[in-house]
Design a protein. Structure first.
Length: 377
């Protein structure tokens, strides 16, 4: 197992995420404890020492199960991370209540790593309103009391939202967890987010390295290209090798849902084999083709917005439409989450007048995209 230095401790470069544990009969709330126990046993045996759970994973059951399974090991043999569930605004006044319950669920006296969860457009104002909710003050106090060893945040929001959060709390953030993979390096501009974190000297934790399994397989012709360059590695390993090029990454989390995935990923992390320049160039070609095949070619020139009688932010809506198309067949959460902050300026507000299309340099059929987006939502 590769280990990375973080302050005065050594963390396994591969962390076990507990968002996609094995389940029974397709019921996300019913974790297969026996299968999960075997996975944790193997992970511990092979050197994984970082385990990541959260309040809402598996409909609230993940913390219970991880607490039960990790209780079988010496507390000093693993690092446990969980998060304050700010993705639900009703939780904002409940920082103390939730934190105490999380300690109980996980059967621990302290958390090694604790995160402001899912900093995004929907909750940034509430997170920054410490006078009303006191989340920041409370979590800082828990760190001072030793019940949080390291404080950080995760973000699915835009670069600008991350910047606002860092301007307010960056001096106290020890790590940041972002969606990072070779597709989103361009598609979600994860490259800019990494650069921003580097400016604050904040190490990067990676989530969704395989984009929910999307990057585990590729079309045969693309897979053949990668195989010709690395005959001994599977396509999924390229996702991890890409991340190994990024110096500021400390922990890469993978939500492994069965024993074979765990075994394969551990094998990949037995040694570092970051992509070279030639391999990166070939991977970039594949990414460009992937993006072109699913994404509308909006360049955010904003000619359209000046001609929209409903005053829609069309470039932003098209960007979210592209995101939704590429995430689990239109069943992702990022687009709906961001749209919830946009009032009545939604895809369904489009009246199909096509005034925007008359001035679009890319000749995008915007009205059709808005209608399709609205129907998916």
């Amino acid at each position: 197992m590769i280990y990375k230095k973080f302050q005065d401790i050594e963390l396994s470069a591969l962390g076990m995420g507990a968002m996609r544990l094995p389940i029974i009969d397709g019921n996300d709330s019913e974790i297969d404890k026996n299968a999960a126990r075997e996975m944790v046993r193997y992970a511990m045996e092979k050197g994984i020492n970082y385990y990541d759970t959260a309040w809402g994973y598996h409909n609230g059951q993940s913390e219970f199960v991880m607490g039960e399974l990790l209780k079988e090991y010496d507390r000093d043999s693993f690092y446990l991370a969980t998060k304050f569930p700010g993705y639900d605004l009703s939780n904002m006044p409940k920082a103390e209540e939730i934190f105490e319950k999380q300690l109980e669920k996980c059967q621990v006296d302290y958390f090694d790593f604790y995160l402001f969860h899912n900093v995004c457009e929907m909750n940034i104002d509430a997170y920054l309103d410490d006078a009303q909710y006191g989340i920041y003050t409370y979590l800082k106090k828990q760190k001072e009391n030793g019940r949080i060893k390291h404080l950080g945040f995760s973000a699915h929001g835009s670069y600008d939202v991350m910047k606002r959060f860092l301007e307010a709390y960056g001096k106290d953030m020890e790590f940041c967890q972002i969606q990072l993979n070779y597709f989103d390096w361009k598609f979600q501009d994860a490259k800019a987010k990494v650069k921003l974190l580097n400016e604050y000297n904040i190490p990067v934790w990676v989530m969704e390295p395989v984009r929910g399994g999307k990057l585990a397989t590729l079309p045969d012709d693309d897979a053949a290209v990668l195989k010709s360059l690395r005959p001994d590695e599977e396509v999924v390993a390229w996702a991890f090798r890409f991340i190994q090029r990024i110096e500021s990454v400390t922990v890469t989390l993978s939500g492994m849902s069965d024993f074979q995935q765990l075994k394969d990923n551990i094998q990949t992390f037995e040694e570092e084999k970051p992509l070279n320049n030639t391999e990166s160039a070939e991977l970039n070609k594949i990414v460009d083709k992937m993006i072109h095949s699913v994404a509308l070619p909006c360049t955010s020139c904003r000619y359209c917005t000046a001609h929209c009688p409903m005053e829609l932010d069309i470039p932003t809506l098209l960007s979210l439409y592209n995101e939704h198309l590429t995430t689990k067949g239109g069943f992702g959460f990022i687009a709906p989450m961001m749209l919830s902050t946009m009032g009545d300026k939604l895809p369904s507000t489009c009246i199909g007048c096509r005034s925007c299309e008359a001035v679009c340099p890319q000749q995008i059929k915007i009205s059709e995209a808005m209608s399709d987006f609205a129907s998916m939502l």
